[in-house]
Design a protein around this ligand. Structure first.
Ligand code: PMP
Length: 407
């Protein structure tokens, strides 16, 4: 397993000690949500046990300690993305809320009939539906970059689709349904050459790949804590300060104002402007710890080890009789989607669960991908830092067993 001591690493994840249906758990569903190391659980617990209070504006000790820890998590996120400033880090519930914020507050006020928003055919619903809502309200049009039979986008096609009416390019960094890693830096460079801002959905990239928003050259980047070994209900939107400073918030309430009166309200500066209400305090603190956890292992190292694992998994799964991969992208991270002839993906997932193996079956919130490949659903095995080649082997043995049953 390369330079990582896998026994030690796995021991940090308490859930991996449990059995499911009398078998050691083989957790291959990290793309839906990742398991948490003890340090993340402890960080959240420690907050609730020792210094929990509402953040900001408090003069008492607990409130100050909670605020320090909460804002410390913000610096952790800034460092994680290599963002120029903490003021550019907005805590939200996750990618879904992040994209909805950009849709309401950045894109909707800037588009009208004839304007275009560009996405790809492999987006998660959370990078489709918010734009459809904007288009309905404004008369703008959603345009879709096609994907080929491998599940890749063609850069020249992208180039041809960006023009003077394009108001935003919004692309998934790594596809949750196909595992495809998109050439996002190249796409961002093309958009920038035309003065078009770029948003990246980093839900499946943040846990697996180094992410440097300055190197990527984008305008907005979103990821969810729960997929990056952090708590649920907390995520990050990074945006260029000059964009954030010009955006009107779409949620109003406490903590996002400078001054309120019935004759008019002045908003706070970003990020507070976009964080109305009491935030997920302990969640943010847990997320900060998760980002520290990832960097303690090292993102280059994680990426290299996982690339080897996921490519091995794709090959081994494809070699099972009757199995067909959905998507054979040039570069893969995190996930492998597949179907087995004569067996519904749901049945596959159920039969694997009987052997203690957790995979996901369904449309993975990417119905256009299912339609593109002519399947109603796929089975998806997805991987995290804790997965091993032995677990890939267990999956393959499980699939072969099912194949013999049905084949
Ligand atoms: N984009 C991608 C690629 C995803 O995989 C997911 C989660 N499945 C999301 C967006 C949405 O993330 P969340 O549910 O945490 O808002």
């Amino acid at each position: 397993e390369g330079l990582v001591d896998m026994d030690r690493l796995r021991a940090e994840f308490p859930v991996l000690r449990r059995e499911v249906n009398g078998r050691p758990l083989v957790y291959l569903d990290s793309a839906a949500s990742a398991q948490k190391p003890q340090s993340v659980i402890d960080a959240e617990l420690d907050c609730y046990q020792h210094y929990y209070a509402n953040v900001h504006r408090g003069v008492h000790t607990l409130s100050q300690e909670a605020t320090t820890a909460f804002e410390g998590a913000r610096s952790e996120a800034q460092r994680f993305l290599n963002a120029p400033s903490e003021r550019e880090i907005i805590f939200l519930r996750g990618v879904t809320e992040a994209i909805n914020l950009v849709a309401h507050s950045f894109v909707a006020p800037r588009v009208g009939p004839g304007d275009e928003i560009l996405v790809t055919h492999m987006e998660h619903h959370s990078n489709i539906v918010p734009w459809q809502l904007v288009c309905e309200r404004t008369g703008a049009q959603l345009r879709v970059v096609p994907i080929d039979d491998n599940g890749d986008v063609d850069l020249e096609t992208v180039r041809g689709m960006i023009h003077e009416r394009t108001r935003l390019v919004s692309v998934v960094h790594v596809s949750n349904a196909l595992g495809a890693v998109n050439p996002v830096a190249e796409i961002a460079a093309m958009a920038r050459a035309q003065g078009v801002p770029v948003l990246l959905d980093g839900a499946q990239a943040a846990p697996h790949l180094p992410v440097d928003i300055q190197e990527l050259g984008v305008d907005f980047y979103a990821f969810s804590g729960h997929k990056a070994y952090g708590p649920t209900g907390i995520g990050v939107l990074w945006g260029r300060y000059e964009h954030l400073a010009g955006m009107v918030p779409y949620q109003g309430g406490g903590d996002m104002i400078r001054h309120v009166s019935f004759s008019g309200t002045e908003y706070a500066a970003p990020p507070a402007r976009f964080e109305a209400g009491t935030p997920n305090i302990a969640g943010a603190i847990g997320l900060g710890e998760a980002l520290r956890y990832i960097d303690a292992i090292g993102r280059e190292r994680i990426a290299a080890r996982e690339e080897d694992l996921v490519n091995h998994a794709a090959e081994a799964i494809a070699a099972v009789p009757g199995v067909q991969l959905i998507g054979r992208p040039q570069r893969r991270a995190g996930a492998v989607s597949f179907v087995m002839e004569g067996t519904h993906p749901n049945d596959l997932a159920m039969l694997l669960d009987e052997q203690g193996i957790a995979i996901r079956a369904g449309h993975h919130c990417a119905q256009p991908v299912m339609e593109r490949f002519g399947v109603p659903a796929t089975a998806r095995a997805s991987f995290g830092v804790y997965n091993t080649h032995d677990e890939v082997e267990s999956l393959v043995v499980g699939l072969e067993k099912i194949r013999r049953l049905f084949g």
